[in-house]
Write a protein that binds this ligand. Sequence first.
Ligand code: TRP
Ligand code: ZN
Length: 878
Amino acid sequence: MSEPKPTYRHDYRPPAYRVRHTELRFDLEPGATRVRARLHVERHPERQAGEPLVLDGEQLLLTSIAIDGQALAEAEYALSDTGLTVLRPPERFLLDTEVEISPRENTALEGLYLSNGMYCTQCEAEGFRRITYYPDRPDVMATFSTTVVGDKATLPVLLSNGNPVERGELPDGRHFVTWDDPFPKPSYLFALVAGDLQKVEDRFTTMSGRDVTLQIWVEKANLGKTDHAMASLKRAMQWDEQTYGREYDLDLFMIVAVDDFNMGAMENKGLNIFNTAAVLTHPHTATDATFQRVEGIVAHEYFHNWSGNRVTCRDWFQLSLKEGFTVFRDQCFSADVNSAPVKRIEDVAFFRTAQFAEDAGPTAHPVRPDHYIEIGNFYTLTIYEKGAEVVRMLCNLVGWEAFRRGSDLYFERFDGQAVTIEDFVDCMAEASGLDLSQFMLWYSQAGTPEIDAHGEYDYANAEYRLTLRQRTPATPDQPEKLALHIPIRMGLVGTKSGRDLALTLDGKPLDRDGVIHLREAEQTFVFTDVPEAPVPSLLRGFSAPVQLRFPYGREDLAFLLANDSDGFNRWDAGQRLAMLALDDLIAAHRNGVEKVMDPRVVEAFRALLERGSKDKAVMAEMLTLPSEAYIAEQQPLVDVEAIHAARTFVEQSLAAALSDDFLRLYEENRSDIPYAPTPEQIGQRSLKNVALSYLMAIEDEQAVALAHQQFEADHNMTDVRHALTLLVHSSRDDLADPALRAFGEKWAHEPLVMDQWFAIQVTRPQTDALERVRYLMGHPAFSLKNPNRVRALVGTFANQNRINFHRTDGEGYRLLTDVVIELNRLNPEIAARLVTPLTRWQRFDEPRQELMKGELERIRAEKLSPNVYEVIEKALAQ
Ligand code: TRP
Ligand code: ZN
């Protein structure tokens, strides 16, 4: 097999031909679906006449081809594994092809496939080429007219993009529906769904007074689980009108829920397709976290209608143009409708763990990459989450008003076009008058910038000097890095007053937001008229995606934890304080010295508990220790056992010292009022459950009884799941086993709850976890063909059960490798994602490195999909 070749951003050329209008007709059959495509093609005005027309196509069986009604002779076109070339096409013509495809054989879940008897499509990024021959690139935008034909009894519902314009009966019990999408779109936004579905319907009146029908299509058994998604959709529609002045543009907006889906959801024009896990909720089956995730994803896909669909990407190197902007939009939406500080804390905690790890590993890449082998591998935390941080920085730099003007300009200027990241940033520069040229480095330079800060207070002159030094470590094929433009929001908190001091920089008051601009490799900022010694509060709200170090003492951190006016930095001070204690304990564990808990950390937590907080969700976050994955990210070399032991020790020490407080917190926040996913209730439940986790860390009889009662009370899935997890992760198998069995039997018919059932078991810290994973892979409900199941069982184990995945006998690595090798054949997109933990081998000790590399070699010896090939080559190139 020849090696897959990379695609380079600099090789971009506009297409030689455009498609103005696309007519499709699908004759649905599981093993042999016929797809007829009539493409209205014309030469690109800037390109010469007579160039060949290159169409993408994979796994298609061509049954006919004609131009303007004239069948093509074999000499007039060329076929290959990757496409079809019409050698000498005319200037303007109608290309008419028919192909046969097999949805039933499609386990990759790209293109047209069957999920639980239902036909559905996934075309982003390059799935449309598995449906028909087409210029499958986002800069070719056409209007679509799609006729779907299928068996009326088994496929009563036939959906596609746009508006239904015709329907009717056909011989042999078949029927058809024709759909028209008047908005030009690239092929990646095409969608088709056919099956035995039921709908829930609602309406929304847009700000200009247009009436829109909203539909959520599900299998009959899921009809009772759509309320929250529908309410979220309406909130998102309204928010986009109020915040960005953008309204919906078709008469119909549909969401469909499917069981087998590679990602969360997809923004196909007028017909969003969702993983059931990202849309269905019910208090009995979904946790608070799921309710919030659904709200965020529904909003995300809806927001794409403007940021992605009306204005799309010129090529896939610009992916963050739509994803970074849309994630920023959904984050702001969720912050506005929930607890804003908690949303930021959760996003940043996740970002600093997972995106920092990506940036530090062999697959590090810029927000706008320069090359790729398989674009499906680039739906990453860097493109999405770091891309959103970059847009957030832009917004903070130019201010909301200018950002909104820039956004209006962008949507007006580029409506109906496929554009670039520069086009977007240019609009922001134009609207604000700011020079953003240095800022553009954020898009081209990979890696997490590190900032070393130190400060001095000069009492005699009432000055505070803050020196910042930035450095971005080398990443694969980017050895040299330039200094970035980094906005740092900050305050100086007076140690006497406990208040933010007025900031005067270079004789002028610093702007209200307190942002300083770091542009050089090293810069000193001198604040004058500083009346008392301050503790600096830096990078408030995580104003830039960087790793910031400052030599804080424990007293400084306890002080900030109590006094910082910025809620995010109050939380971060607590995390930093816990990290200092954890560092000592990790060292003690490695050196075989007895572990002693730092009393200052205990006292800081005690003070926190006594002070309380109005926002219970924030309080719950403050009481949550950094995860093992985050701690690992902060260590030069990951010591799996020491991290696990140190974190457990801190948890148990806090629990032992503060058990009365935790018990009080638990009791105060119990409630039997009916479940609702409101921010207040969610905050209260989080706080109660954090308290229960601490109580269970020491597993006394009372704690075990509380957890068991909470499980038995069966009030809502959040509480049940939390209690069950604590029992299963405790030493009390006498209670855990029957509880697990009861839960498994009760929910056997609910796939999304069974995913939780699998995940709870494979995260248990006991030494039998790996054997459980192997055992559960043989469970009748497990299937490698369902991505949710694979993620719940194997992904959760490899990513969240660090102590067992990294077992010194290498069994964890072997298990993951076995699964990756099988999935490489079935579903390359999922296989390439799943292998990620093994690619991080550089971070571990020698023996583990050897074991992990050995498994990567074992994968390399297989006949690989381009997806897995690209990841493995990068991982072994280090
Ligand atoms: N555009 C989708 C989103 O962010 C992502 C997506 C859904 C996707 N399914 C996919 C990307 C399959 C690649 C492959 O909302
Ligand atoms: Zn998206």
